[in-house]
Design a protein around this ligand. Structure first.
Ligand code: FES
Length: 138
């Protein structure tokens, strides 16, 4: 489980990074809802798809649908999540929607090599403290 402590930070290229947990654990679910210390509107979906992590706003910019519960499809090499409420799509990498909706906020993710050189932890560029709220397992 993600520690959620978020007390390890870094700053590279003007982006603040926060440790959110071990990649080996976070990669066990296709999507995790990460609760934000800033409140409901700042919660984040952490996706693990095709060996990559992606993070974006947890709720759809249309009417707040739960993006963590959306279907994920790849078209022309672009991974998209489809909101379960009205089926609008959002690019997992950029947060942009093909429907001219306001894009979902997306956040960078990066892996940090562990001290032993083997284990990795996931860093994320959202500035809030995040804690694991569970999510889809498929
Ligand atoms: S709430 Fe997501 S498409 Fe309407």
């Amino acid at each position: 489980m993600a520690s959620g402590s978020g007390n390890e930070e870094g700053n590279t290229e003007g982006v603040s990074w926060r440790l959110i947990g071990p990649a080996s654990e976070l990669s066990k679910k296709r999507c995790r809802l990460m609760y934000s210390s800033l409140g409901y509107d700042s919660d984040v979906c952490l996706f693990y798809v095709k060996g990559e992590f992606f993070a974006m706003d947890a709720r759809c910019s249309h009417s707040g649908g739960p993006l963590c519960e959306g279907d994920i499809e790849e078209a022309d090499g672009v991974l998209q999540v489809f909101c379960p409420w009205h089926d609008y799509d959002f690019d997992l990498r950029t947060g942009k929607s093909g429907t001219s909706l306001q894009e979902a906020g997306s956040f960078g993710c990066r892996l940090q090599r562990g001290a032993n050189g083997n284990s990795h932890s996931l860093m994320q560029s959202n500035h809030a403290l995040l804690s694991d709220g569970g999510g889809s397992t498929d």
